[in-house]
Ligand binder design. Sequence first.
Ligand code: PFF
Length: 453
Amino acid sequence: MTQDSIKRGGFSSSFGVLAATLGSAVGLGNIWKFPYLTGANGGAGFLLIYVLCTLVVGIPVMIAEITMGRAAKANPITALQRLNPGKAPWWLIGVAGMAAAFLILSFYSEVVAWVFAYVIKAIDGSILSSERQVAENAFGALIGDPVQSLLWQWFVLAFIGGILLLGVTKGIEGLTKRLMPVLFVLLLLLCGVSLSLEKAGDGLAFLLRPDFSKISAGVVLTAMGLAFFKLSLGMGTMMTYGSYFRDDQNIPQTALRVMTADLCVSMLAGIAIFPAVFTFGFEPSAGPALVFMTIPAVFSQIPGGHLLMIVFFVLAAVAATGAMLSLMEVPVVILHERLGMSRPKATLITIACLMLLGSTCALTNSVLSHVKVFGLNLFDLFDFVSSNILLPLGGILLALFAGWVWGADRFNDAISNKGTLSNATTARVVLFLLRYVSPLLILLVMLKGLKVF
Ligand code: PFF
């Protein structure tokens, strides 16, 4: 099978494009990572920097990735080779992207495992309590049990692999399209309940009144890493999805919509969680456990909360599934198109590798709790290296490639759908950001955040 003879799929409708791209962006990053990082880094000040990063760095890089992916219609490695007029090995960005995908999937699949386990715990009702101790015990018992952690993670990987093997990407696209609005409604409902809690004001103030004393270079790097992670940028995911975009899709508009909707989901999660944190006496800086402790507490306050909590965790699992599929698509499509493997074989190999690599994250709170690298356990290390180093680095290189190597003419032609859209000003602004602003800013934040200077 040669690379060009492989028949490529694509998204069918304009709404399908939006749903799939949003399906990649919205995931546990919104429901799990965003609230706990905001809590741990001081609240509103962090939120503000995060929003700035999405606007100044996230949007241009997202547009660049999608535009290049669509122009090349190939996996990230091949795409960078096709678009590169010279000989420099820019395709290595695609290789780094594949490495980032494996690292992220290793810890992400474990968090999805917790969500799946919580669906069952929600059903048996054992976690429906606003008692801090009950919440902490339930979560601690899950992550501290090596057998449960591992089995749940492998179940998740097998589940996602099964979906990919069945080749029902369309099915999952259709599913997410229908269920995402339900997640939205449920989050709104949760916000309503949370805002009626006793100390809702404190929670909101924490989320909305900036306190810049907590902001350091490291915190800014975390916010930027989160922006990349949230929007699935810097590792070729959006490039891959871009390769499935229709030729008449308005890319800047789609990117803006995805970013806005994604931010809304994150904000809703924040508004649902922080009033509860303050009312029930949890710690805003509780870390990865935050969502798993506060959400059951909020549901315990309302009639019908038991059922709604089940629905919530099921929907969180669905959101996570959409994001995981997009993450896994990167190595699968690379193995498929570069090495000529069939898609099922590429999927099986990816899953097998992840079962091995991911188990290091599953066992981080039990058998491997003593293993530390640079003071971090393996779960945190994979998260740190991917979000704060690999994704931003990928972002810098992709921005430079789009801005300088691919060239203004080709970029303008692609972003305007061969001149059929009149978006010359947008194109000029995006190109300027890609050439001068985004790479420099990312580099500065990275070097400062990593204490290089
Ligand atoms: N954006 C997803 C989330 O916020 O949960 C996670 C993710 C998906 C990161 C795809 C990176 C990626 F390529």
